[in-house]
Design a protein around this ligand. Structure first.
Ligand code: SF4
Length: 225
């Protein structure tokens, strides 16, 4: 049975905590541009890729292809060179080329603002679709990054095996005002404090109340006096 934690209090504490952390790259692009095209493309690039790498690759690509028609006009090889070394850059280049084609031909150069429309784009799964809905269109959608799935289970707020199960469980119980921001909060927190390996429980704002289910915290060396 899921543990009872005060999720509103946890997320409110984290919102204050991560205000000084590095903003996840897709949220940053959302804040800087509000451009659904750039948010979609950066989200595709960010899969299995560090934020620093995604940021540089996105900037290089957008300098040559600021919109769908420009991206469509690039050869797949050019796209590949521009986005290297993001993870799976070869298949992502192929997906981006096809995505640009679909946006131009079927959507009048625009990014669709429905989950169904987004899921028809190559390389776009639920995580990407939900993030684009939330960040680009401010439509309530819960994006479940690996950090969200992991930390929600550490807290015992959900008891799930896969990100999809976590999304479904959160759809049932997470209060609506937190849907669009939970991913950004927990990605920043998961990269900074509650890391996948050796989380910094000794220096965590939730240290007193977190159930720490299945967690092995980092070891902190005691300083001899
Ligand atoms: S106490 Fe540890 S496990 Fe719990 S949220 Fe903080 S860092 Fe993560």
């Amino acid at each position: 049975m899921a543990v009872i934690v005060d999720i509103v209090s946890f997320l409110d504490i984290l919102e204050r905590e991560v205000a000084d952390y590095r903003v996840p790259v897709v949220d940053l692009i959302g804040i800087q541009t509000s451009d659904p095209f750039r948010i979609l493309i950066a989200t595709i690039l960010s899969a299995r890729t560090k934020d620093e790498v995604t940021a540089v690759a996105s900037e290089r690509l957008f300098a040559r292809a600021p919109d769908a028609p420009a991206l469509r006009s690039l050869a797949e090889k050019e796209i590949r060179d521009l986005i290297y070394p993001v993870g799976f850059y070869k298949s992502k280049a192929a997906h981006l080329k096809k995505t640009a084609e679909i946006l131009v031909v079927r959507h009048e150069n625009r990014v669709p603002c429905t989950r169904g429309g987004l899921l028809e784009l190559p390389g776009v799964g639920r995580k990407t679709a939900n993030l684009v809905l939330a960040v680009a269109f401010d439509i309530p959608a819960i994006c479940v990054d690996t950090h969200v799935h992991r930390i929600m289970n550490i807290w015992g707020y959900v008891e799930t095996k896969t990100p999809l199960e976590t999304e479904m469980a959160l759809n049932e119980k997470l209060p609506l005002p937190y849907w669009n921001k939970v991913n950004s909060l927990l990605v920043a927190f998961g990269q900074g404090t509650c890391r996948p390996v050796s989380p910094h429980c000794d220096n965590c704002v939730l240290g007193e109340t977190c159930p720490r289910i299945g967690v092995t915290p980092r070891k902190v060396k005691k300083v001899k006096k």
